[in-house]
Ligand binder design. Structure first.
Ligand SMILES: C[S@@+](CC[C@H](N)C(=O)[O-])C[C@H]1O[C@@H](n2cnc3c(N)ncnc32)[C@H](O)[C@@H]1O
Length: 285
């Protein structure tokens, strides 16, 4: 039965970061489609294009941000596209992701390529490592998907996990990117596709919370049996001015700032901000 009540409820603008009833990263069918998106070398979805990833790792190595022998933690590592390249360059890498689909691919690849990478299938918000890493990475804006309370707890955990003198290298999207992409307002019916293996209807909607720099892309999916599921992708965008106090209150110093992961110069019009955050203090905050 087509659940019109669910649809009527979900088309109202929800409170900021109200969760939905499903997760695009862990649901079995969708996570397999996500894996395909990660592995498509030509699209910037789920992971960057392969040439961007290679340029990024080359830049990190040339700049000496990460060095052979370093212990590196990649949070939300996906199918290990960075982890593998760092392991080949001589780093000791741990990758964490909550998706079984991407991690089982990553593990198979590491085995085939004889790479010693430790992959852990877990929620990165439950990280417990202490003083272990020369560098912690979080790549492709996952930081922006966290509500403020989770973000602050997460930053405290990352701070604990980094060795004194180590770095947290991460990127965030800005309002410029969001406004350029525009609010979604669309519907379509597919025989089969990203959301479902069989016929389904998708209602795409976007909601903007400009006073909070927050944005929601929402997808209501109705399958052939009339089952209605809502997926929400929340984004908290940052500027350098809004990001700096957040990371400083967790104890990090803002080191170098770039306009993308591969070292483009930063300016206030950039779609993305990449920062190298330093743990200069010796103890946990
Ligand atoms: C946008 S993708 C980026 C993947 C990878 N960093 C890359 O750029 O190739 C985000 C990844 O973070 C993972 N993720 C999201 N939230 C997570 C959480 N709370 N704990 C662990 N992994 C998470 C997802 O499963 C997904 O693989």
């Amino acid at each position: 039965m087509f659940d019109l009540q669910e649809i009527l409820m979900r088309i109202k603008k929800p409170p900021i970061f109200e969760s939905s009833n499903s997760c695009i990263w862990t649901e079995e069918y969708i996570s397999e489609r996500m894996l395909e998106a990660h592995l498509n070398p030509d699209i910037d979805a789920a992971s960057h294009k392969i040439e961007t990833i290679e340029g990024t790792v080359k830049f990190w190595l040339e700049k000496g941000l990460i060095k052979p022998g370093d212990r590196v933690l990649d949070l939300g590592c996906g199918p290990g596209l960075y982890a593998e390249r760092l392991a080949i360059a001589g780093m000791r890498v741990v990758g964490i992701d909550q998706s079984e689909a991407v991690l089982s691919h990553a593990m198979k690849q590491a085995k085939q390529k004889n790479l010693s990478i430790e992959y852990r299938c877990m929620n990165f918000l439950e990280l417990k490592d202490e003083g272990k890493y020369d560098a912690v990475l979080q790549v492709f804006g996952e930081f922006c998907t966290l509500p403020d309370d989770d973000r602050d707890l997460f930053l405290a955990k990352i701070y604990r996990a980094v060795k004194p003198g180590g770095i947290f290298l991460m990127d965030v999207s800005t309002r410029k990117l969001r406004v350029k992409d525009g609010l979604k307002n669309n519907w379509y019916v597919n025989e089969s596709g990203f959301w479902r293996p069989g016929p389904h209807l998708v209602l795409e909607m976007g909601f903007d919370y400009p006073d909070n720099d927050i944005w929601l892309d929402q997808y209501i999916v109705v399958d052939q049996g009339g089952n209605t599921t809502t997926y929400r992708c929340w984004f908290h965008d940052y500027s350098l001015e809004t990001l700096t106090p957040v990371v400083e209150s967790a104890g990090f110093d803002v080191g170098t700032v770039w306009g993308d992961l591969a070292g483009a110069p930063y300016n206030s019009q950039c779609d993305w901000i990449t920062v190298s955050l330093k743990k200069t203090g010796s103890c946990c905050k």
